[in-house]
Design a protein around this ligand. Structure first.
Ligand code: ATP
Ligand code: BTN
Length: 267
């Protein structure tokens, strides 16, 4: 897609630098370099295709050329309110931004699968990777990376996935303009960033949680599993799970995978 088409869709947004690439390794890596070179707040890196797209903890994220959105936004703490305490909320901010854009403009029932994925009808449609960058002990900024499967061709083959995936267009039932969707999501990112410390952000994140009130299964990398009911979120974005009568456990954003209990393998 031509750079001009993207620029036209984004012309009313107060972005910093705008970098467009046909193909990159990972937009988050490019944005990290720009952050290091003092790029301004709300600078954007957008790629048509990623060949080394990253998910959490070294997992990979597939971005098929011309069919998806893959972008990273630089968020600086200078004029806006990121603190060490609210860092965990930036992931939620990305999830909310995608969810609300899909709900408002496409009437789609999007929900956030804590901590970092967006689901449509129980299938993964987007992922969020928020990475904090420090200079010594000072927070330099956060790179908020978002990948969205927009057209059906962006959905990886089922054999490469351990959670079902879909695209916005498949659930919407019609084609979707990538530049328009990008503008809607960025509008939400900018709006919610100014509310990062607010109760409103936490409430909106909670209200849009997939599996809220339902039994889920948390799978940690060390092989431990916990089952419980999704109760809600703590102010830092950690998940509260009801694990028994009067018993609540808190899980921080980290190496945890969440599944509906119904998907549990029978052992
Ligand atoms: P899971 O997706 O199993 O619940 P997770 O949410 O922790 O685990 P992430 O790190 O968020 O996983 O996402 C990376 C995973 O997403 C990859 O391991 C891959 O299975 C899957 N994936 C990669 N690209 C896409 C895509 N374009 N659409 C949907 N899923 C993808
Ligand atoms: C996940 O689900 O684990 C997060 C996936 C995040 C993918 C986006 S695509 C744009 C940005 N660049 C990356 O390499 N990753 C993020």
């Amino acid at each position: 897609m031509q750079k001009k088409q993207w620029q036209t869709a984004l012309k009313n947004l107060p972005l910093g630098q705008q970098h467009y690439f046909a193909q990159v390794g990972s937009t988050n890596d490019i944005a990290a370099k720009l952050l290091d070179a003092d790029a301004p707040h709300l600078s954007l890196v957008l790629a048509d295709e990623q060949v080394k797209g990253r998910g959490r903890n070294g997992r990979s994220w597939t971005t098929t050329g011309g069919a998806a959105l893959a972008f990273s936004v630089i968020l600086l703490p200078k004029d806006d309110p990121i603190t060490a305490q609210t860092l965990g909320r930036v992931s939620g901010l990305g999830g909310i931004a995608v969810c609300l854009a899909l709900q408002k403009h496409y009437s789609l029932p999007a929900a956030v699968k804590w901590p970092n994925d967006v689901l449509l009808n129980g299938k993964k449609v987007a992922g969020v990777l928020a990475e904090a960058h420090w200079r010594a002990d000072r927070l330099q900024g956060v790179v908020l990376g978002i990948g969205i499967n927009v057209l059906p061709a962006s959905v990886p083959p089922a054999r490469d996935l351990n959670f079902p995936a879909t695209s916005v267009a498949a659930e919407y039932g019609a084609t979707v303009s990538r530049p328009e969707l990008l503008a809607h999501v960025l509008t939400e990112v900018i709006n919610w960033y100014s509310l990062l410390n607010s109760d409103n952000l936490l409430k909106t994140w909670e209200a849009n949680l997939a599996f809220r009130g339902e039994q889920v299964y948390l799978d940690a990398r060390d092989g431990t599993h916990v089952e419980g009911r999704v109760l809600g979120l703590n102010p830092d974005g950690s998940l509260r799970l009801g694990t028994g009568p009067g018993e609540t456990h808190t899980f921080r954003i980290g190496e945890i995978r969440l599944r509906a209990s119904i998907n549990l393998p029978v052992s």
